[in-house]
Design a protein around this ligand. Sequence first.
Ligand code: G6Q
Length: 539
Amino acid sequence: MSAAKLQDSPAWQQLQKLCNDWGATTIAKLFAAGPERGSKMTAQACGIYLDYSKNWLREETLVALFDLARERGLETRRAAMFTGEHINSTEDRAVLHTALRAPASAKICDQGANVMPEVHAVLQRMMAFCDKVHQGEWLGATGKPLRQIVNIGIGGSYLGPEMAYHALRSQRIAGVREHFVANVDGAALAAVLADLDPAQTLFIVASKTFTTLETMTNAHAARRWLVAALGEQAVERHFVAVSTNSEAVAAFGMNPEHSFGFWDWVGGRYSMDSAIGLATMLAIGSAGFAEMLQGFHAMDEHFLHAELEQNLPVLLGLISVWYNNFWGAQSQAILPYAHDLARFPAYMQQLQMESNGKRVDLSGTPLAVDSGPIIWGEPGTDGQHSFYQLLHQGTRLVPCDFLGFLAPMSAFADQHDLLMANLFAQSEALAFGRSAEELRSLGVTEAQIPHRVSPGNRPSNLLLVDALTPFSLGALVALYEHSVFTQGVIWGIDSFDQWGVELGKVLAARVESDLKGTTQHAHDSSTQALIERYRASRS
Ligand code: G6Q
């Protein structure tokens, strides 16, 4: 079904009507009318408990949202993705990140060929390599163990491994330290290399295409740094590659045997469980990585088989559509109450905004409704002392996803009660606020009351997870991957291409040669003046 017809669909019209008729209903009134709401509006799978009761949802809203999903063919599209149909139609590619975490016995085909033997062959090679590094069989050129790992990559070849490295801090192999260089600003590489001993440093050049300007620039600079210290012959021991472009890897001077491949049916932002996860495997070991894949796979199975009404990714995706398209929410906050998930919001930004930041549907017709929201966030409790003010008392609607973990993530376990108390209190305060009457009863003056009232009725989901482990991290990421997919199906867009990102890559190369003076492309007067100003300062 095309997005042009989206607003004519009966479920869409029903949702519009429910929104128009919402009146003065508040979250507080919904709870008063249905005391079991807090236990009823929940679902769980793979160790993740979703409480979606503190939302602007009635039973009939949910019925209409599930009707919308069915009308838009979610179940058919989901089957098409899992079975390798080329649903990334603008690039004519299958979308098979789910194969990366499927068991070896599965049969998943792209154009008739079972991809599983290759997937598991690469996994085995990655595991063998990581075991060698950990056991000191793979040593640097001077015979020292390699304990400092530098991942050079950007976007989808960076955000996942970096997020996972921090998230799985408590699972790290003793002595292994990882660093991530993404930005083409030489300061990023300089800051990392400043503290490293070349003799103990292993570089992973992670790039699907092996042509990305930032990554190749940083990789060549790192290579020069290593060669200056240890000589040309050291490159072979200190550099490995992760890429789909084996010719470019060989041209860089790396032994193809030290290269780990993946496939064009893995999108960059869906690649943290492919060979792009080599840094993750080096950090937590092959058993930890296998456990993470099991978490991804468990959520894939849940998404594929659970009833839509109990399906976590479907629920999250549809709730997001409800606020985005019917209530005009422009953004959505992801608020993990876990210091180790500090990079999770950044990872979510790419996953969601690159996937669903689209303006036309699959047929190329401009969308008549908004697509993916702006995603942002920081870990709690840090954010409470900065932007939560706007969440509680600002004029904008910002639906929030809170994430919390039952098990403490550190030896300072007594602090966990405080962390979780803050999490529960924030979602409660957003939903129920603080009224003028309550403030009066506390003796607050009339002049101050308008300033101190928190109106409440601010919606949120709360995801409560048993513990932050490789398994639960995999399940959480897959949960959001499939929520993104669900939303993309509702809008009828291609969630797996990224032509906007490609444009940036092309334009930067054009301007760079103008900065050097080797070319003189035509630019607008603003860009031209900026280029000239920069050139004057450099000369
Ligand atoms: C992800 C995007 C993008 C990509 C980077 C790096 O889905 O395509 O973020 O991952 O541009 O690309 P390479 O891995 O090819 O260097």
